[in-house]
Write a protein that binds this ligand. Sequence first.
Ligand code: SAM
Length: 248
Amino acid sequence: MSVRRFMINSRAVRDGYASFDGDIHNHMVRVLRLGTGDAVQLADEKGNVHYGTINQVGKDWVAIKITSSGLAAESGIEVPRVTICQGLPKGDKTDLILQKGTELGAHDFWLFGGRRSVAKIRADQQDGKLERWNRITAEAARQCGRSDIPLVSLKPSAVEAANDTSQQLRLILWEGEREHSLKEVLAVEEKPQSIIVAIGPEGGFDPLEVRHFSQHGYLPVSLGSRILRTETASIAILSVIQYIWGEM
Ligand code: SAM
């Protein structure tokens, strides 16, 4: 079994040891059934990775003896920072999109209220939703051993989202697109530093939204003739990007 990596706060490591209670204890001991003598990696927010073995397990705490520390070995591959700009879907589809997108390397998520979004979020619900969504990405990052956590933010509308043109390569997934194929659009010479992908909610984009994104440099691309569920679209595009420019 490969050595599991856990994201920690650097303050937890002191004098060659680290101890944890709460989520990390639960994940290590109850979920993964790790015990005394098992090797673990501890990645902190400063980019350090500590290698160690579990040397004590209590009822609700676990202690690790650090055997070596170093800087996080970058995979050596500079993957473009990918922002998923997702029209708010119904129900718990957002949880799935955030979890799978984190596993597939999304850098961050912008959720926006699309004109055809059925789900609406009241102002007094926003903080609670964002807190919960950022917990989902933190947990998914921990589970897959990422040393960074994608940030989830809310944009009031598709127009507001489209107005931020800071990403180098901007795509809008549109099933109505017949001209530009994904293959052609991604066959760019130079690997982009940053990519943003706009994805509509279950009801899709309305033509005004597609036009607004296009006016802001978003290239409409098709994912083929089948209509994917909104939660499938982000998984598909992230997998393609990871395959071309990532670690796959
Ligand atoms: N308008 C769609 C329909 O007629 O059923 C519904 C939208 S689809 C469920 C949700 C989103 O996924 C779309 O807005 C688009 O961003 C993306 N998507 C799904 N299938 C796609 C495809 N074949 N090509 C490009 N984007 C697609």
